[in-house]
Design a protein around this ligand. Structure first.
Ligand code: ASP
Ligand code: MG
Length: 426
């Protein structure tokens, strides 16, 4: 058994889906395949816009029809039969009806995150349905497994935690019923709680779904198919002289993912590391090329600096109202609030009278965080910032990196430097 994961860019239009079908054919090597797919192109972002519109009680119709046109165009271009003979169309109509019903019930959702998890999974339901119907139409023996039926999670909407034991039971139960199926397809990123509510695992969570499936099924490898030829020491679209890394240890990969390297979701490594399953990152454009392999034993770990950029950051400074010190007790209280607002801290620093955190500027969560903190503390914040992380930092990188930038906060350890900056140029 091998596990393949296809991200949004690999299924962004009809030609890409045909390419995926081709990769499944040539890269399978007679093995059973478990294929995890995320939403097509920028579908998740489009669904997020719909969620925001519903939540703010604004008109969502334009977003909805643009999304439907996009998905239906792919469906029509893939199977050039009349609409009546194209099996993808009725299946997609059913899904769009369900999406519309969910949107119409949006007032009944307890909070933003629960509404988000009811709506955003449709991206993965669409993509897997299109690919499955397309493969079946072309005579391929494959099976679509609904991730709601096997990825079992808690109720922590938008960053749900997987119950690995229950998920393993469910998936194994499904798999034994189909021993002769060569290709299984399932949705990445989504799951369901014990009560049956849909949940999501956090943006880019499909990698984690793939790793989870691999460890449950004791797969021989996981391959993540990307639009880049492997893992680079910086985003090659931003830094043209970025270099590809041939091999990386699990440990180094965890560090990079922790600091937000976009290439893999932070939770991906642990399940496969436990079972020593290698992870390959390869390009769906040049599938024969080597790519990057992440595994346990790497003789010489690369010492190249890795550059990781996060935009849309907010730096929040929290100080005690009477200008007394920030104590362990106040930190405990502050973190209770941060945790309650489900905000993930990228970087923190404290001084005698203030404590600062740098986080993604998620409009709903940050607004709530600032409101709750303001009840007890004096809050100041700066928006539109960038967080730059350099692993294996060398002082010589500094100038090129920080030109035209004002540094608001800087932190360094032996291996890693982080800078919260404001771009002075835009
Ligand atoms: N479609 C989801 C996202 O864009 C999950 C994923 O791509 O892994 O975040
Ligand atoms: Mg995606």
């Amino acid at each position: 058994m091998k596990v393949f994961k296809f991200g949004g860019a690999s299924v962004k239009d009809a030609a890409s889906v045909r390419n995926v079908a081709h990769i499944l054919e040539i890269q399978r090597g007679g093995e059973q395949l478990f294929v995890v797919v995320s939403a097509m192109g920028k579908t998740t972002n489009a669904l997020e816009q719909i969620v925001h519109a519903c939540y703010e009680k604004q008109n969502y119709a334009d977003h909805f029809s643009a999304l439907k046109t996009y998905q239906m165009t792919i469906a029509q271009e893939l199977i050039l039969a009349s609409v009546a003979e194209n099996p993808i169309i009725p299946a997609m109509e059913t899904l769009f009806c369900k999406l519309e019903q969910t949107i119409q019930q949006s007032a009944s959702y307890s909070d933003f995150d629960a509404l988000y998890d009811a709506i955003v999974p449709f991206g993965e339901l669409f993509s897997t349905r299109i690919i499955f119907e397309y493969l079946k139409y072309n005579g391929k023996n494959c099976r679509l497994i609904n991730a709601f039926d096997w990825v079992k999670t808690d109720n922590y909407f938008r960053s749900a935690k997987v119950d690995i034991e229950r998920s393993a039971e469910q998936l194994q139960h499904i798999m034994v019923q189909h021993p002769d199926v060569p290709v299984f397809i399932t949705q990445g990123f989504i799951g369901s709680s014990a009560e049956g509510n849909p949940t999501t695992l956090g943006r880019e969570g499909s990698d984690y779904t793939a790793a989870l499936a691999a460890s449950i099924l004791q797969a021989e490898s996981v391959t993540v198919w990307k639009d880049v030829a492997g893992l680079f020491n910086a985003d090659p679209k931003k830094m043209p002289d970025a270099q590809k890394i041939a091999k990386l240890s699990y440990k180094e990969a965890v560090e990079l993912a922790y600091y937000g390297a976009k290439i893999i979701h932070p939770k991906t490594i642990k399940p496969i590391e436990n079972s020593n399953i290698p992870l390959y990152i390869k390009s769906f454009l040049t599938p024969e090329d080597e790519g990057t392999s992440i595994c346990r034993d790497v003789e010489t770990e690369t010492q190249l600096p890795f550059f990781i950029f996060h935009d849309n950051q907010i730096l929040i400074s929290i100080s005690v109202k009477d200008l007394s010190f920030i104590t362990e007790e106040s930190l405990h209280h502050i973190f209770g609030i941060i945790n309650r607002c489900r905000v993930h801290v990228h970087l923190m620093q404290n001084s005698a009278i203030s404590f600062s955190i740098c986080v993604d500027n998620d409009p709903v969560r940050c607004r709530q965080l600032i409101r709750l903190l303001s009840e007890h503390y004096t809050i100041r914040y700066n928006e539109n910032l960038e967080l730059i992380t350099v692993r294996h930092y060398q002082h010589s990188d500094r100038n090129a990196l920080l030109t035209d930038k004002e540094i608001l906060l800087e932190q360094r350890s032996r291996t890693t430097a982080q800078f919260v900056v404001r771009n002075l140029k835009n």
